[in-house]
Write a protein of this length. Structure first.
Length: 503
Protein backbone atom coordinates (compact mmCIF):
# COMPACT_ATOMS: atom_id res chain seq x y z
CA UNK A 1 0.00 0.00 0.00
CA UNK A 2 1.08 3.58 -0.46
CA UNK A 3 0.77 6.25 2.18
CA UNK A 4 -2.45 8.11 2.78
CA UNK A 5 -2.68 11.91 2.86
CA UNK A 6 -1.48 13.28 6.17
CA UNK A 7 -4.94 14.28 7.36
CA UNK A 8 -6.34 10.78 6.78
CA UNK A 9 -4.04 8.69 8.96
CA UNK A 10 -4.16 7.81 12.67
CA UNK A 11 -0.81 9.29 13.73
CA UNK A 12 -2.54 11.53 16.28
CA UNK A 13 -3.56 8.37 18.16
CA UNK A 14 0.10 7.49 18.80
CA UNK A 15 1.61 8.66 22.08
CA UNK A 16 4.87 6.69 21.93
CA UNK A 17 7.29 6.17 19.02
CA UNK A 18 10.02 3.59 19.70
CA UNK A 19 12.99 3.23 17.33
CA UNK A 20 15.09 0.07 17.52
CA UNK A 21 18.08 0.44 15.18
CA UNK A 22 20.23 -2.65 14.67
CA UNK A 23 23.39 -3.11 12.64
CA UNK A 24 24.55 -3.77 9.11
CA UNK A 25 22.11 -5.99 7.22
CA UNK A 26 20.49 -5.48 3.84
CA UNK A 27 16.82 -5.96 3.06
CA UNK A 28 17.34 -8.98 0.82
CA UNK A 29 19.70 -10.61 3.30
CA UNK A 30 17.05 -10.62 6.05
CA UNK A 31 13.64 -10.26 4.35
CA UNK A 32 14.13 -10.84 0.62
CA UNK A 33 12.35 -14.21 0.75
CA UNK A 34 9.57 -13.00 3.09
CA UNK A 35 6.75 -13.48 0.54
CA UNK A 36 8.55 -15.71 -1.98
CA UNK A 37 6.06 -18.56 -1.51
CA UNK A 38 3.23 -16.12 -2.24
CA UNK A 39 4.77 -14.90 -5.48
CA UNK A 40 6.06 -11.71 -3.82
CA UNK A 41 2.62 -10.45 -2.95
CA UNK A 42 1.27 -10.06 0.56
CA UNK A 43 -1.99 -11.69 1.70
CA UNK A 44 -3.66 -8.26 1.50
CA UNK A 45 -2.65 -8.01 -2.17
CA UNK A 46 0.22 -5.56 -1.80
CA UNK A 47 3.11 -6.12 -4.23
CA UNK A 48 6.42 -6.90 -2.53
CA UNK A 49 9.82 -6.24 -4.08
CA UNK A 50 11.49 -9.39 -2.83
CA UNK A 51 13.75 -11.99 -4.36
CA UNK A 52 12.69 -14.35 -7.14
CA UNK A 53 15.74 -16.59 -6.82
CA UNK A 54 16.94 -15.60 -10.30
CA UNK A 55 19.11 -12.67 -9.18
CA UNK A 56 22.83 -13.15 -9.86
CA UNK A 57 26.25 -11.58 -9.45
CA UNK A 58 29.36 -12.40 -11.48
CA UNK A 59 31.55 -14.84 -9.57
CA UNK A 60 35.34 -14.85 -9.29
CA UNK A 61 35.65 -16.65 -12.65
CA UNK A 62 32.96 -14.56 -14.31
CA UNK A 63 30.22 -17.19 -14.13
CA UNK A 64 26.93 -15.95 -12.66
CA UNK A 65 26.30 -16.87 -9.04
CA UNK A 66 22.62 -17.10 -8.22
CA UNK A 67 21.06 -15.83 -5.00
CA UNK A 68 19.89 -18.65 -2.75
CA UNK A 69 18.17 -19.38 0.53
CA UNK A 70 20.32 -20.76 3.32
CA UNK A 71 19.74 -24.30 4.52
CA UNK A 72 18.56 -24.85 8.10
CA UNK A 73 21.35 -27.42 8.43
CA UNK A 74 24.06 -25.00 7.33
CA UNK A 75 26.96 -24.84 9.82
CA UNK A 76 27.16 -21.50 11.60
CA UNK A 77 23.81 -20.52 10.07
CA UNK A 78 23.24 -17.46 12.25
CA UNK A 79 26.74 -16.18 11.54
CA UNK A 80 26.03 -15.64 7.85
CA UNK A 81 27.77 -14.42 5.74
CA UNK A 82 30.78 -15.67 7.74
CA UNK A 83 32.81 -12.46 8.05
CA UNK A 84 32.34 -8.71 8.00
CA UNK A 85 31.78 -7.55 4.38
CA UNK A 86 33.00 -4.20 3.07
CA UNK A 87 30.74 -1.36 4.16
CA UNK A 88 32.44 2.00 3.57
CA UNK A 89 31.73 4.44 0.77
CA UNK A 90 34.19 3.00 -1.75
CA UNK A 91 33.21 -0.60 -0.95
CA UNK A 92 29.53 0.27 -1.37
CA UNK A 93 30.28 1.91 -4.71
CA UNK A 94 32.06 -1.25 -5.90
CA UNK A 95 29.06 -3.33 -4.84
CA UNK A 96 26.61 -1.07 -6.67
CA UNK A 97 28.54 0.35 -9.62
CA UNK A 98 31.58 -1.88 -10.02
CA UNK A 99 33.93 1.06 -9.36
CA UNK A 100 35.07 2.95 -6.27
CA UNK A 101 33.88 6.35 -7.52
CA UNK A 102 30.20 5.47 -7.96
CA UNK A 103 30.27 6.30 -11.68
CA UNK A 104 27.59 5.16 -14.10
CA UNK A 105 24.31 3.40 -13.42
CA UNK A 106 24.06 1.11 -10.38
CA UNK A 107 23.49 -2.55 -11.29
CA UNK A 108 24.26 -4.14 -7.88
CA UNK A 109 26.60 -6.61 -9.64
CA UNK A 110 29.70 -6.05 -7.50
CA UNK A 111 28.80 -7.72 -4.20
CA UNK A 112 30.63 -11.00 -4.86
CA UNK A 113 33.72 -9.24 -6.23
CA UNK A 114 33.93 -6.90 -3.27
CA UNK A 115 33.38 -9.74 -0.79
CA UNK A 116 36.16 -11.77 -2.44
CA UNK A 117 38.49 -8.78 -2.04
CA UNK A 118 37.43 -8.29 1.58
CA UNK A 119 37.86 -11.97 2.49
CA UNK A 120 41.34 -11.90 1.02
CA UNK A 121 42.64 -9.12 3.24
CA UNK A 122 40.65 -10.05 6.35
CA UNK A 123 42.01 -13.61 6.25
CA UNK A 124 45.52 -12.24 6.73
CA UNK A 125 44.66 -9.98 9.67
CA UNK A 126 44.19 -11.63 13.10
CA UNK A 127 42.04 -8.72 14.30
CA UNK A 128 39.28 -9.91 11.93
CA UNK A 129 37.30 -13.13 12.12
CA UNK A 130 36.55 -15.24 9.05
CA UNK A 131 34.68 -18.45 9.83
CA UNK A 132 36.15 -21.62 8.28
CA UNK A 133 34.78 -22.39 4.83
CA UNK A 134 33.56 -18.85 4.12
CA UNK A 135 33.63 -18.13 0.38
CA UNK A 136 32.79 -15.13 -1.84
CA UNK A 137 29.50 -16.72 -2.97
CA UNK A 138 28.23 -16.71 0.64
CA UNK A 139 27.31 -13.05 0.17
CA UNK A 140 24.52 -14.34 -2.09
CA UNK A 141 23.03 -16.63 0.60
CA UNK A 142 19.95 -15.20 2.36
CA UNK A 143 17.92 -15.98 5.45
CA UNK A 144 14.38 -17.33 5.08
CA UNK A 145 11.30 -16.41 7.13
CA UNK A 146 11.56 -19.73 8.99
CA UNK A 147 15.06 -18.81 10.16
CA UNK A 148 13.98 -15.38 11.43
CA UNK A 149 10.57 -16.09 12.97
CA UNK A 150 10.52 -12.89 15.03
CA UNK A 151 11.54 -10.28 12.45
CA UNK A 152 9.56 -12.10 9.73
CA UNK A 153 6.57 -12.67 12.02
CA UNK A 154 6.35 -8.95 12.81
CA UNK A 155 6.87 -8.03 9.14
CA UNK A 156 3.95 -10.27 8.14
CA UNK A 157 1.84 -9.54 11.21
CA UNK A 158 2.10 -5.75 10.83
CA UNK A 159 3.95 -3.82 8.09
CA UNK A 160 7.16 -4.23 6.14
CA UNK A 161 8.68 -1.35 4.15
CA UNK A 162 10.33 -2.74 1.02
CA UNK A 163 11.54 0.67 -0.22
CA UNK A 164 13.35 1.94 2.92
CA UNK A 165 16.93 2.96 2.24
CA UNK A 166 19.90 3.87 4.38
CA UNK A 167 20.33 7.63 4.35
CA UNK A 168 23.84 7.55 2.84
CA UNK A 169 25.77 4.88 0.90
CA UNK A 170 28.37 4.17 3.54
CA UNK A 171 28.97 2.75 6.99
CA UNK A 172 27.45 3.06 10.44
CA UNK A 173 28.17 6.40 12.09
CA UNK A 174 27.10 8.72 9.23
CA UNK A 175 23.83 6.78 8.94
CA UNK A 176 23.21 6.91 12.68
CA UNK A 177 23.89 10.64 12.55
CA UNK A 178 21.21 11.00 9.87
CA UNK A 179 18.83 8.92 12.01
CA UNK A 180 19.32 11.29 14.95
CA UNK A 181 20.08 14.65 13.33
CA UNK A 182 19.21 14.40 9.60
CA UNK A 183 22.82 15.16 8.64
CA UNK A 184 26.32 13.77 9.04
CA UNK A 185 27.81 17.25 8.54
CA UNK A 186 29.48 16.09 5.33
CA UNK A 187 31.14 13.06 6.90
CA UNK A 188 31.08 9.79 5.01
CA UNK A 189 32.95 7.30 7.17
CA UNK A 190 33.38 6.20 10.78
CA UNK A 191 36.53 8.24 11.36
CA UNK A 192 34.27 11.03 12.60
CA UNK A 193 32.57 9.85 15.79
CA UNK A 194 30.89 12.99 17.13
CA UNK A 195 28.73 15.69 15.59
CA UNK A 196 28.07 19.27 16.66
CA UNK A 197 24.59 19.85 15.24
CA UNK A 198 21.27 19.77 17.11
CA UNK A 199 19.70 16.31 17.35
CA UNK A 200 16.12 15.11 17.61
CA UNK A 201 16.71 14.70 21.34
CA UNK A 202 17.63 18.35 21.84
CA UNK A 203 14.73 19.40 19.64
CA UNK A 204 12.31 17.37 21.75
CA UNK A 205 13.71 18.90 24.94
CA UNK A 206 13.32 22.41 23.56
CA UNK A 207 9.66 21.69 22.84
CA UNK A 208 9.03 19.99 26.22
CA UNK A 209 8.37 16.59 24.60
CA UNK A 210 9.63 13.62 26.59
CA UNK A 211 12.33 11.25 25.30
CA UNK A 212 14.79 8.60 26.40
CA UNK A 213 17.76 6.73 24.94
CA UNK A 214 18.41 3.21 26.22
CA UNK A 215 21.59 1.19 25.84
CA UNK A 216 21.30 -2.55 26.18
CA UNK A 217 23.88 -3.20 28.90
CA UNK A 218 25.91 0.02 28.83
CA UNK A 219 25.18 3.71 28.46
CA UNK A 220 23.73 4.36 24.99
CA UNK A 221 26.48 5.24 22.55
CA UNK A 222 24.39 8.10 21.17
CA UNK A 223 24.81 9.86 24.52
CA UNK A 224 28.37 10.73 23.55
CA UNK A 225 27.69 11.63 19.92
CA UNK A 226 25.87 15.00 20.15
CA UNK A 227 26.35 17.86 22.64
CA UNK A 228 22.62 18.23 23.33
CA UNK A 229 22.49 14.54 24.25
CA UNK A 230 25.67 14.39 26.34
CA UNK A 231 24.53 17.36 28.39
CA UNK A 232 20.93 16.22 28.84
CA UNK A 233 19.67 15.38 32.35
CA UNK A 234 20.28 11.88 33.65
CA UNK A 235 16.60 10.93 33.60
CA UNK A 236 16.74 10.68 29.79
CA UNK A 237 18.98 7.59 29.86
CA UNK A 238 18.83 3.98 30.94
CA UNK A 239 19.54 0.36 30.13
CA UNK A 240 17.23 -2.11 28.44
CA UNK A 241 15.91 -3.28 31.80
CA UNK A 242 14.84 0.32 32.47
CA UNK A 243 13.00 0.38 29.14
CA UNK A 244 11.20 -2.83 30.04
CA UNK A 245 10.21 -1.39 33.42
CA UNK A 246 8.95 1.84 31.84
CA UNK A 247 6.89 -0.10 29.30
CA UNK A 248 5.40 -2.33 31.99
CA UNK A 249 4.44 0.62 34.19
CA UNK A 250 3.05 2.85 31.44
CA UNK A 251 5.88 5.37 31.85
CA UNK A 252 7.36 5.38 28.36
CA UNK A 253 8.31 8.81 27.01
CA UNK A 254 7.04 10.12 23.69
CA UNK A 255 10.18 9.03 21.81
CA UNK A 256 12.45 6.13 22.71
CA UNK A 257 15.73 5.25 21.00
CA UNK A 258 16.97 1.70 21.64
CA UNK A 259 20.50 0.44 21.08
CA UNK A 260 21.73 -3.16 21.11
CA UNK A 261 24.73 -4.58 22.93
CA UNK A 262 27.78 -3.58 20.91
CA UNK A 263 30.14 -6.46 21.68
CA UNK A 264 30.97 -9.31 19.30
CA UNK A 265 28.99 -11.56 21.64
CA UNK A 266 26.10 -9.08 21.66
CA UNK A 267 22.73 -8.77 19.91
CA UNK A 268 23.39 -6.05 17.32
CA UNK A 269 23.27 -8.59 14.42
CA UNK A 270 26.37 -7.00 12.91
CA UNK A 271 28.16 -9.54 10.67
CA UNK A 272 29.40 -11.92 11.78
CA UNK A 273 27.74 -11.89 15.19
CA UNK A 274 24.92 -14.20 16.25
CA UNK A 275 21.72 -13.16 14.46
CA UNK A 276 19.72 -15.38 16.82
CA UNK A 277 20.62 -13.10 19.73
CA UNK A 278 19.21 -10.17 17.76
CA UNK A 279 16.01 -12.13 17.17
CA UNK A 280 15.70 -12.53 20.93
CA UNK A 281 16.29 -8.79 21.41
CA UNK A 282 13.59 -7.87 18.89
CA UNK A 283 11.23 -10.33 20.59
CA UNK A 284 11.92 -8.83 24.04
CA UNK A 285 11.28 -5.30 22.75
CA UNK A 286 8.00 -6.37 21.19
CA UNK A 287 6.88 -8.28 24.29
CA UNK A 288 7.67 -5.34 26.56
CA UNK A 289 5.46 -3.09 24.43
CA UNK A 290 2.76 -5.62 23.53
CA UNK A 291 2.26 -6.64 27.17
CA UNK A 292 2.34 -3.09 28.52
CA UNK A 293 -0.63 -0.81 29.24
CA UNK A 294 0.18 1.65 26.42
CA UNK A 295 0.33 -0.86 23.57
CA UNK A 296 -2.67 0.62 21.77
CA UNK A 297 -0.91 4.01 21.57
CA UNK A 298 2.58 2.79 20.60
CA UNK A 299 4.40 2.71 17.26
CA UNK A 300 7.55 0.54 17.04
CA UNK A 301 10.04 0.91 14.18
CA UNK A 302 12.67 -1.81 13.68
CA UNK A 303 15.40 -1.02 11.19
CA UNK A 304 19.15 -1.28 10.53
CA UNK A 305 21.59 1.60 10.19
CA UNK A 306 23.15 0.36 6.91
CA UNK A 307 23.51 -2.71 4.71
CA UNK A 308 26.97 -3.70 5.91
CA UNK A 309 28.04 -5.07 2.53
CA UNK A 310 25.24 -7.66 2.43
CA UNK A 311 23.64 -8.27 -0.95
CA UNK A 312 20.54 -6.42 -2.14
CA UNK A 313 19.17 -6.42 -5.67
CA UNK A 314 17.41 -3.01 -5.73
CA UNK A 315 19.61 -0.08 -6.86
CA UNK A 316 19.39 2.83 -4.41
CA UNK A 317 17.60 5.81 -5.95
CA UNK A 318 18.82 9.32 -6.57
CA UNK A 319 16.76 12.36 -5.63
CA UNK A 320 17.72 12.70 -1.97
CA UNK A 321 17.67 16.28 -0.67
CA UNK A 322 21.07 17.37 0.71
CA UNK A 323 20.63 18.22 4.39
CA UNK A 324 22.67 21.41 4.43
CA UNK A 325 25.58 23.15 2.74
CA UNK A 326 28.19 20.73 4.09
CA UNK A 327 30.78 19.67 1.53
CA UNK A 328 30.75 15.91 1.47
CA UNK A 329 33.84 13.80 1.90
CA UNK A 330 34.88 11.88 -1.26
CA UNK A 331 33.07 14.61 -3.21
CA UNK A 332 29.70 13.09 -2.30
CA UNK A 333 26.74 15.42 -2.82
CA UNK A 334 24.17 13.65 -0.59
CA UNK A 335 21.74 13.24 -3.47
CA UNK A 336 21.97 9.46 -3.53
CA UNK A 337 20.56 7.12 -0.90
CA UNK A 338 22.28 4.13 0.63
CA UNK A 339 21.40 0.48 0.08
CA UNK A 340 17.97 -0.86 1.05
CA UNK A 341 17.74 -2.03 4.67
CA UNK A 342 15.10 -4.01 6.57
CA UNK A 343 12.35 -1.88 8.06
CA UNK A 344 9.35 -3.20 9.97
CA UNK A 345 6.67 -0.99 11.53
CA UNK A 346 4.62 -2.43 14.38
CA UNK A 347 1.38 -1.03 15.81
CA UNK A 348 -2.09 -2.41 16.57
CA UNK A 349 -3.37 0.31 14.22
CA UNK A 350 -1.72 -1.43 11.23
CA UNK A 351 -3.48 -4.01 9.11
CA UNK A 352 -1.72 -7.37 9.08
CA UNK A 353 0.17 -8.18 5.89
CA UNK A 354 0.84 -4.54 4.94
CA UNK A 355 3.65 -3.71 2.53
CA UNK A 356 4.05 0.04 3.01
CA UNK A 357 5.51 2.46 0.50
CA UNK A 358 5.12 6.19 -0.02
CA UNK A 359 3.78 7.52 -3.36
CA UNK A 360 6.19 7.09 -6.30
CA UNK A 361 6.61 10.85 -6.77
CA UNK A 362 7.81 11.21 -3.16
CA UNK A 363 11.31 10.79 -1.82
CA UNK A 364 11.52 7.20 -0.56
CA UNK A 365 11.55 6.27 3.08
CA UNK A 366 14.91 6.52 4.83
CA UNK A 367 16.12 6.99 8.40
CA UNK A 368 15.05 10.64 8.41
CA UNK A 369 11.47 9.45 7.92
CA UNK A 370 11.50 8.54 11.61
CA UNK A 371 12.42 12.13 12.42
CA UNK A 372 9.72 13.45 10.09
CA UNK A 373 7.10 11.20 11.71
CA UNK A 374 8.07 12.34 15.20
CA UNK A 375 8.12 15.96 14.06
CA UNK A 376 4.68 15.74 12.49
CA UNK A 377 3.18 13.95 15.47
CA UNK A 378 4.39 16.57 17.96
CA UNK A 379 4.37 19.62 15.63
CA UNK A 380 8.11 20.13 15.68
CA UNK A 381 10.20 22.07 13.14
CA UNK A 382 12.64 20.13 10.94
CA UNK A 383 16.29 19.79 11.86
CA UNK A 384 17.64 20.11 8.29
CA UNK A 385 16.46 20.27 4.70
CA UNK A 386 16.63 16.46 4.53
CA UNK A 387 14.02 15.69 7.18
CA UNK A 388 11.97 18.67 5.97
CA UNK A 389 11.69 16.90 2.58
CA UNK A 390 11.43 13.34 3.91
CA UNK A 391 8.11 11.48 3.85
CA UNK A 392 6.68 10.29 7.13
CA UNK A 393 5.00 6.91 7.58
CA UNK A 394 1.86 7.93 9.41
CA UNK A 395 -0.10 6.54 6.47
CA UNK A 396 0.72 2.99 7.57
CA UNK A 397 -1.80 3.48 10.39
CA UNK A 398 -5.17 2.73 8.79
CA UNK A 399 -7.25 1.11 11.52
CA UNK A 400 -9.65 3.22 13.58
CA UNK A 401 -9.61 0.71 16.45
CA UNK A 402 -6.50 -1.11 17.71
CA UNK A 403 -6.21 -4.81 16.98
CA UNK A 404 -6.22 -7.22 19.90
CA UNK A 405 -4.53 -10.20 18.24
CA UNK A 406 -0.88 -11.10 18.78
CA UNK A 407 0.94 -12.22 15.59
CA UNK A 408 3.78 -13.67 17.67
CA UNK A 409 1.57 -15.71 20.00
CA UNK A 410 3.24 -19.10 20.36
CA UNK A 411 6.36 -17.97 18.46
CA UNK A 412 9.77 -18.17 20.10
CA UNK A 413 13.09 -16.77 18.88
CA UNK A 414 15.72 -19.26 17.70
CA UNK A 415 18.13 -20.47 20.39
CA UNK A 416 21.47 -18.74 20.73
CA UNK A 417 24.24 -20.16 18.58
CA UNK A 418 27.52 -21.54 19.97
CA UNK A 419 29.95 -18.68 20.62
CA UNK A 420 31.76 -17.40 17.56
CA UNK A 421 35.57 -17.47 17.44
CA UNK A 422 35.32 -13.69 17.20
CA UNK A 423 33.40 -13.31 20.46
CA UNK A 424 36.50 -12.13 22.34
CA UNK A 425 37.60 -9.72 19.62
CA UNK A 426 36.52 -6.14 20.31
CA UNK A 427 33.86 -5.01 17.87
CA UNK A 428 34.27 -1.87 15.80
CA UNK A 429 31.66 0.01 17.82
CA UNK A 430 33.20 -1.05 21.12
CA UNK A 431 36.40 0.56 19.88
CA UNK A 432 34.46 3.67 18.89
CA UNK A 433 32.74 3.77 22.28
CA UNK A 434 36.03 3.38 24.17
CA UNK A 435 37.60 6.23 22.23
CA UNK A 436 34.64 8.50 23.02
CA UNK A 437 34.77 7.44 26.68
CA UNK A 438 38.47 8.30 26.83
CA UNK A 439 37.60 11.97 26.36
CA UNK A 440 35.08 12.10 29.21
CA UNK A 441 36.26 14.40 31.99
CA UNK A 442 36.44 13.34 35.59
CA UNK A 443 38.50 10.14 35.34
CA UNK A 444 41.22 9.78 37.90
CA UNK A 445 43.46 6.98 39.17
CA UNK A 446 40.37 4.95 40.05
CA UNK A 447 39.67 4.39 36.38
CA UNK A 448 43.09 2.94 35.69
CA UNK A 449 42.69 0.68 38.71
CA UNK A 450 39.25 -0.49 37.64
CA UNK A 451 40.49 -1.28 34.15
CA UNK A 452 43.52 -3.10 35.53
CA UNK A 453 41.12 -5.11 37.64
CA UNK A 454 39.64 -6.33 34.39
CA UNK A 455 43.02 -7.76 33.32
CA UNK A 456 44.00 -4.79 31.15
CA UNK A 457 47.64 -3.79 30.98
CA UNK A 458 48.74 -0.18 31.14
CA UNK A 459 50.13 1.94 28.30
CA UNK A 460 48.73 3.91 25.38
CA UNK A 461 46.78 2.11 22.67
CA UNK A 462 47.52 2.74 19.01
CA UNK A 463 45.04 5.21 17.58
CA UNK A 464 44.32 6.84 20.94
CA UNK A 465 44.50 10.62 20.82
CA UNK A 466 46.51 12.78 23.16
CA UNK A 467 49.20 11.74 25.65
CA UNK A 468 49.54 11.08 29.33
CA UNK A 469 48.73 8.30 31.79
CA UNK A 470 45.99 5.70 31.59
CA UNK A 471 42.66 7.35 32.09
CA UNK A 472 43.81 10.75 30.83
CA UNK A 473 41.68 12.68 28.35
CA UNK A 474 41.87 11.02 24.96
CA UNK A 475 44.26 8.28 26.11
CA UNK A 476 43.36 4.63 26.56
CA UNK A 477 45.35 1.84 28.17
CA UNK A 478 46.25 -1.12 25.97
CA UNK A 479 42.97 -2.96 25.44
CA UNK A 480 42.90 -6.36 23.79
CA UNK A 481 39.72 -8.37 24.34
CA UNK A 482 36.07 -7.44 24.18
CA UNK A 483 35.93 -7.72 27.97
CA UNK A 484 38.84 -5.26 28.26
CA UNK A 485 36.90 -2.69 26.29
CA UNK A 486 33.68 -3.24 28.24
CA UNK A 487 35.51 -2.87 31.59
CA UNK A 488 37.21 0.30 30.39
CA UNK A 489 33.98 1.85 29.12
CA UNK A 490 32.16 1.08 32.35
CA UNK A 491 34.96 2.43 34.51
CA UNK A 492 35.26 5.59 32.45
CA UNK A 493 31.55 6.36 32.37
CA UNK A 494 31.22 5.61 36.11
CA UNK A 495 34.01 8.09 36.88
CA UNK A 496 32.35 10.67 34.64
CA UNK A 497 29.04 10.26 36.46
CA UNK A 498 30.76 10.52 39.82
CA UNK A 499 32.45 13.76 38.79
CA UNK A 500 29.09 15.14 37.63
CA UNK A 501 27.34 14.04 40.81
CA UNK A 502 24.81 12.01 38.83
CA UNK A 503 24.95 8.92 41.03
Amino acid sequence: MTGLPAADDMLGSVDHVVLLMLENRSFDHMLGFLYAKEGNRSPSGDPFEGLTGNETNPGPEGRPLRVSAASMTRPNLYYLPGSDPGEGYTATNVQLFGNQQGLGTPTNDGFVADYAYTLDWESGDPSWSVLPGTAPEDIMVMFTPEMLPILSGLAKGFAVCDHWFASVPTETLPNRAFACAATSQGHMDDKTKTFTVPSIFGLLSSEAVSWAAYGYDNEPLVRFSFPDVTNAPENHFGLFADFQAAAASGQLPAFCFLEPSWGADGNSQHPNYDVALGEKFIYDVYRALRDGPDWSKTLLVITYDEHGGCYDHVPPPYGAVPPDNSIGEYGFDFRRFGVRVPAVIVSPLIEAGTVFRVPPASMPLDHTSVLKTVERRWSLPPLTARDAAAPDFGGVLTLAAPRTDDPLAGTEPPPASPPSPSSQLPSHLLRVYAELASYLPGAGPGVAGAVAGGAVAGGAVAGGAGSGGAGGAGVMPALHTSADYVNYIRAKTAAWHAARGDR
